[in-house]
Design a protein around this ligand. Sequence first.
Ligand SMILES: [Zn+2]
Length: 273
Amino acid sequence: MPEGPEIRLAADKVARVLEGKQIIDAKFGLPRLQGREADFIGAKVNALETRGKALLTHFDNGLTIYSHNQLYGRWYVVKRDAHPKTNRSLRLALHTQKHSALLYSASDISIWDQFELDMHPFLARIGPDILNPELTWHDISVRLYSQKFRRRSVASLYLAQDFLAGIGNYLRSEILFDACVHPAARPSDLSRKQLNSLGRSTLKISLRSYETAGLTNPPRRVAALKQQGLRRGEYRHAVFGRANKPCYGCGTSIQKDSFAGRRLYWCQICQAS
Ligand SMILES: [Zn+2]
């Protein structure tokens, strides 16, 4: 299941051909949206925004197309009117003069007036997006300690989209390890220093994964592991997927356990509290 960084990378691909461009032709595949094409022809795409796993395509006519890929949706970017090889069903096509951005298989697509977007049931429910450039580490530590979240374990918070949107299973393990926080700890148990450190690690690891297309290990460690001839799957993460391998911090075997119903990897020594 893709997490925030992967969703944002897919959005970047679409943004490169749509942002600032005029829509020459459009097509909706879902019957309930057919007939709305005329609203978009001639409009310019202002920006593509991601909020958690939702993609928002904002137009200069005051409308936004909301799409959520769930498990199956997939964007293709091709030269204008080229057809990608796929048996999937086309749900949305946006054509500029030179390119076509095509969304296949997704069924959660809707059209919104921009001023009503916050009333969308999914968007109203989720927390700030981890890749939102305005989000600071301090915002995250304040949010951790807020009345609403401070009594839940960090292992469950770091899967909860109403806490932060875009975090998923590998980021959860990697962030908690980077911040040296025990998965069962609750924010109310943590010191101010630990809360700040968790806020910083949350931003740092999410951003690193986005910038490197999925690596959460620090660049220097990645370089050293590559030099030893390791493959991507082996140098990608510090703890995730590394059960029984030695911890990079202390050498203890990495532990694999189930927290909040999903597998979590951690070091009992480095994340003692
Ligand atoms: Zn360790």
